[in-house]
Each structure stands twice: as structure tokens, then as C-alpha cells.
Write a protein that binds this ligand. Structure first.
Ligand SMILES: [Cu+2]
Length: 400
């Protein structure tokens, strides 16, 4: 009867029709765009995967709707049963008991789901910390997780346990509790103490991590993000990076290095971020177009790269790439520097290999890096100065 009513209800037809129309339109659009872009051809594995995905979406949406309809039918059947029982002078369904049991089932299923998620998806947490401050960040994360987990378990048991144990019953009368100062004090003071401990702990850890004033012996490296690449600049033998000015950027001088600054003359360019182990590194972070974000999960380093607002992060790598290859049992393991801001179409591929090596290996590697001041750039700077026509000269003329 209830099913017939649902079927007869005309409201459901426009909904199903709209859903199917949406599904087919999206699938058609997707296929047309892919073919137009030349990324796929009809019947190719790509287009088949796309159509399989949308079929999947449609399938699960319909499955959800069928589930809702089934639930409505079961509800109707129970209601009819309840009314029939009452008409026969018998006791109807004990809805309070029914709701109490649902709360208990929800508590058990929810707890199982939460712990399943911790044990199964927990393995996807951050990889082993490979920097000096990484361990402190992990301790803070673990303490916060454990404390909130304890609170979560206690409150959920109290919430759903009370709903089950004290479910409505004719034999029992509710106790009216207008106010209780002891309880009020308890649930105000305990969370206040716990939160204060967590905040103070976090504050001091953050202070320690971000207290990144430049110190003697730091290796200064410039990391500049632009769509969709990271550029690296290492100091030359003088150990100092020269100044940059984005207005001086040109195809040959991408970073806009100011070669009037004598410290710039020996600055080196590199393709891989090579870091000597156990040496404090100060990353000077720049961006040239939109906001990017330097993210190195193994080193627990993440900081935005903001155009016009240089930022920096100081950290000390403690595990070499070679050690990590042994530890992870992966001979191809590499640390990576990712961009962690959705900065455009090829954002997903904006990454750089980071290699942590011994001091000796680092010295050998750095001695093979080429300076930014290439012969072509030198020539261009010289030519520009010889022309000596300031108004018409290229921006580089001001920069020789
Ligand atoms: Cu980016």
C-alpha cells in the first residue's frame, strides 16, 4: 500500500527525470570537452573511464534514493502495524524503546567506524619526521589527538548511553534538574584547564619553530615560486645572497637579481634542492605571480609564498636521502618540495626533488653548480650599458 502510494506520488517523477537528464548532460559534456581538447577519443580507455565514473555517480545517487524509498516504506509498514494493533485493543509499538535501541546501535556502529578510520586511514598520516623540529610538531599533534579522542569516547558514551538507559517509560518520571553549581563548575573548569595546557604547549612549540632569526652558519637558500615551477638560488663562495628586485625580471634574469649588488655576482642556480644534513637551513620564500606554498611534509615545513611579501622558514634536516631509502626500503625514495596552494591548472605537478646529503657530498655538489650570471646575461648587461640611452634601454641597463 505504502509502496503504491510512493509510486503514485507524481512528485518523484520530475526528480528522477531531472537527475537522469543532469547525468547524461554532464557525461555528454565531459566526453565532448575531452575529445575537443584532444585528450581522448571516443571509445578510448580515457573516455571509457570517464563514462564509467559518471555511471558510478548516477548509480550511487539512484541507490541512495532507492534506500530512502525503502526506509519510507518500512516506516509506513510499521505505522500500519502499530495502528492495527491499537485497533485490536493490543499494545502498539514501544517507540521510546525503539529509539533507545537505535541510539545504542548508533553508538556502537559510530565507535566502530571511528576506530576503523583511525587504524585503517591512520596509516596515511604524515611520514616519519626528518627535521629537528619535526619531532616536537608530531608530539604536539599526538597529545592533542589522544586528549580529544578520550573526550570524544566519554562524551559519546554519555550522550547515546543516557539516551538508551533513560529512554521514555511509563514506569519512570523524568527528574527536573534546574541548576547545579558543582556540575557547572566541573564542565567549565576541566575543559578550560585542558585547552589552556594545549594552547600553551602549542604556543611554545610554535615560538620555538618560528623563532627563525638568521644565525651565523645558516645556509641561506632562495625558493621562488611562479606558475608552475620552483626556482632555487644558492649563495656562491661569499656565502651571501644578493638582493632581488622583481622589476628587473627578464627572460635571461628570471628572478630579477640585482647585479649591482656585489653579493649577487656569484649566486648559483640549481635544479634540485640539495641540503647538507644537520645544518640549519634558512629558506627565503618568494612568489612572482600568485600565492604558492612551500610544503615539505617530511621536514614538517609549510609556509605560503606570497608575491611582494618574502617569508622564511628555518629548519635543520636530520635524515639523509640515503638513510631514508634504507628505512623505507625504497631505493628510489626522494624527499619532495610540493606547492600546497591550488595556484592554477598545473599546480599538481609543481614540485621539486629535495636531497639531503652529507657535508662532503654537499660541498662536491655545490662546486658543480652554475652561476646565475651566465655569459649571455653578462653580454646583455654590458651591451645595455654601452648603449647608454637610459630612456630606451632595457631594464637590465639599470642593472649592470
Ligand atoms: Cu603553486
Amino acid at each position: 500500500m505504502a509502496f503504491k502510494k510512493v509510486i503514485r506520488s507524481k512528485k518523484i517523477y520530475p526528480l528522477l527525470a531531472a537527475l537522469m537528464l543532469f547525468g547524461t548532460t554532464v557525461m555528454a559534456q565531459d566526453a565532448t570537452t575531452a575529445v575537443a581538447q584532444g585528450t581522448t577519443t571516443p571509445g578510448s580507455p580515457d573516455s571509457m573511464a570517464n563514462s564509467a565514473m559518471w555511471t558510478g555517480v548516477l548509480y550511487y545517487t539512484l541507490l541512495f534514493l532507492v534506500g530512502c524509498v525503502c526506509l519510507a516504506i518500512v516506516g509506513r509498514i510499521l505505522k500500519v502495524y502499530d495502528i492495527t494493533q491499537k485497533m485490536q485493543g493490543k499494545k502498539g509499538i514501544n517507540w521510546n524503546g525503539f529509539m533507545g535501541i537505535i541510539c545504542l546501535v548508533f553508538l556502537i556502529a559510530g565507535m566502530y567506524g571511528a576506530f576503523w578510520s583511525i587504524f585503517v586511514q591512520g596509516s596515511m598520516k604524515l611520514p616519519v619526521a626528518a627535521s629537528a623540529h619535526g619531532g616536537e610538531i608530531d608530539t604536539m599533534f599526538n597529545v592533542t589527538t589522544i586528549l580529544t579522542l578520550i573526550v570524544f569516547v566519554i562524551t559519546q558514551i554519555l550522550l547515546f548511553g543516557f539516551a538508551f538507559v533513560y529512554r521514555g517509560s511509563e514506569k519512570r518520571k523524568g527528574y527536573y534538574l534546574p541548576h547545579n553549581n558543582t556540575i557547572e563548575k566541573l564542565w567549565t573548569i576541566i575543559p578550560a584547564i585542558v585547552l589552556t595546557v594545549l594552547v600553551v604547549f602549542g604556543f611554545f612549540t610554535w615560538q620555538k619553530v618560528m623563532n627563525s632569526d638568521e644565525q651565523k652558519g645558516d645556509l641561506n637558500i632562495d625558493v621562488t615560486g611562479h606558475q608552475f615551477k620552483w626556482e632555487l638560488r644558492y649563495p656562491g663562495p661569499d656565502g651571501k645572497l644578493g638582493t632581488v628586485n622583481y622589476t628587473l625580471s627578464s627572460p635571461l634574469n628570471v628572478l630579477g637579481i640585482d647585479f649591482k649588488d656585489r653579493y649577487s655576482l656569484d649566486d648559483l642556480q640549481a635544479d634540485t634542492l640539495v641540503l647538507p644534513v644537520n645544518t640549519p637551513v634558512r629558506l627565503n620564500i618568494h612568489a612572482q605571480d600568485v600565492i604558492h606554498s612551500v610544503f615539505m611534509p617530511h621536514f614538517r615545513v609549510q609556509l605560503n609564498a606570497v608575491p611582494g611579501l618574502p617569508t622564511f622558514f628555518r629548519f635543520t634536516p636530520t635524515i639523509t636521502t640515503a638513510q631514508m631509502r634504507v628505512e623505507t626500503d625504497n631505493p628510489n625514495f626522494e624527499f619532495l618540495l610540493y606547492c600546497n596552494k591550488i595556484c592554477g591548472g598545473i599546480h599538481y605537478n609543481m614540485q621539486k626533488v629535495v636531497r639531503v646529503v652529507s657535508q662532503a657530498e654537499y660541498q662536491d655538489w655545490i662546486s658543480h653548480q652554475k652561476p646565475y650570471l651566465t655569459p649571455q646575461l653578462k653580454q646583455q648587461l654590458k651591451l645595455a650599458s654601452e648603449k647608454s640611452v637610459p630612456a630606451a634601454a632595457s631594464r637590465l641597463a639599470l642593472n649592470n
